[in-house]
Structures are given as C-alpha cells and as structure tokens.
Design a protein around this ligand. Structure first.
Ligand code: C5P
Length: 221
C-alpha cells in the first residue's frame, strides 16, 4: 500500500505531549505512505522566535502579520528549537488570538492535499475534528527526558537530565491545563504508548493502524 492511489483521501491527526513520539511517528507514516506532513508546533515556535527578535514585544497586529508571512520553508529553521523559543511558544499558545492567527495556515495545509498528517496538541480536537484517524501519543516522563537529552547532546547543548525533565513537565502542564484548546485525547482517538517501542516497532504499529483504518474507509485496496 505504498502508493495510496489518486482517489483516496485520508487525513491523520497526531496529538500528544512534548517528546511523546508524535513527530517521529507522524513523519514515519508520512514518509512510508507519501503523505504531506506538518508539525503544527513549529508555527507557535516561529511566532515565538519572531517575538524574541522583536525584544519580546507583541500584540494582535504583530501576531497576525507574522502568521500571514509563514511559509513551509521558513519553518525549517534550527533556531526554532532553542530552549527560550520552546519556552515562549507554550506561553503564547495560551492566547486565543495567537491560535486564531495560526489556524488559517493549518486549514489551508489540510485543504491543499488529499493525504495529510498533522501533529500537535489540538489537531484532533479543534483543527481537524473530522480526521479519518486520530492518534494520541504518550510516553513515560523518564523516557521522554532521555530522548530529549539525546537530541540536545547531539546539538552539543549542555543541559542535565533533571533540567530537561523539569522543562518537559512544565510545558506539558501548561499545555494540558490551559483554558483554550488544551491538550486532550478525544474519545475516538487511538492511544499509542511509545515508552517501550523502538523506532522500528513504532513504525510497524503505526503503519498497521493506518492501513486498517484506510481499509475501514475504502475496503480492500
Ligand atoms: O510540538 P512542539 O513541542 O513543537 O510545540 C511547541 C509548543 O507549541 C507546545 O508546547 C504548545 O504550547 C504549542 N502547540 C500548541 N498547539 C499545537 C502545537 C503546538 O499549542 N497544535
């Protein structure tokens, strides 16, 4: 089922906390099945980066201006993963005008392609409530912290496991407890616990889930 054929339309929402495996998982599905992929967190990160460049000043107009300037190319920027950008992204994500400004980009992305995977926090609940398949990723805090630490070390960033764990817990708390579009698992989502899965096992599990879900929609292809 490598090529999904011209008539098939299939859209996947992949939500979960930070470092839960949703980006890796979403990318694996998209690559294997030739679907378009978007990390919606990068939109919030992009706004946060621009705000930091603007000496931390922002208002509705500024956010709308940034949101309208976003392109997929601009989202491929290593600076988006700087710790201060990460921290600010979850702070501004609490504001309804920020979420509203970024909604258009996501809606257009969904409209433009038949085969789409978007990962984030509110994709299944708010951005794509009619998704064909909703995945909800979880992972133990210890394992998440270990994964993030490895990423930091590969970038030569000096940080301890404790610091990484603290930042992860804080961000997940903020994302889960906020009033607007909090991170929640919708009723019809499939839970994917990645704590004990290798990348290969995760891929096999996800592809299986997607194929079964496509079969349910279209029958045997
Ligand atoms: O997924 P990522 O860690 O890149 O997201 C950065 C931040 O953006 C999250 O901590 C969250 O506050 C916010 N976000 C969001 N809704 C999304 C995706 C990300 O609020 N759909």
């Amino acid at each position: 089922m490598r090529n999904l054929g011209r008539n098939i339309e299939f859209k996947i929402a992949a939500d979960g906390g930070s470092a839960s495996g949703k980006t890796t998982g979403g990318k694996l599905i998209a690559k294997k099945l030739q679907m378009k992929f978007l990390s919606s967190g990068n939109l919030y990160r992009f706004c946060a980066l621009k705000i930091l460049d603007n000496k931390n000043k922002y208002d509705v107009r500024y956010i709308n201006k940034i949101a309208n300037s976003i392109t997929l190319k601009k989202l491929r920027n290593k600076k988006l993963y700087n710790p201060e950008v990460t921290r600010l992204s979850s702070i501004i994500a609490k504001k309804s005008y920020v979420r509203k400004a970024l909604r258009n980009f996501q809606k257009n992305f969904i409209k433009k392609s038949r085969l789409v995977v978007i990962e984030g926090r509110d994709i299944g609940s708010k951005i794509m409530p009619t998704a064909d398949l909703k995945l909800f990723f979880t992972c133990s805090t210890k394992e998440k912290a270990k994964r993030r630490l490895k990423e930091f070390q590969s970038l030569d960033k000096k940080i301890t496991l404790k610091q990484v764990e603290k930042a992860l817990i804080q961000r997940d708390n903020e994302d889960t407890k906020r009033k607007i579009s909090p991170l929640i698992m919708t009723k019809n989502a499939v839970l994917v616990d990645t704590t004990k899965l290798t990348i290969k096992q995760m891929e096999a599990k996800l592809i299986n889930l997607v194929k079964n879900s496509i079969k349910k929609k279209y029958g045997n292809l």
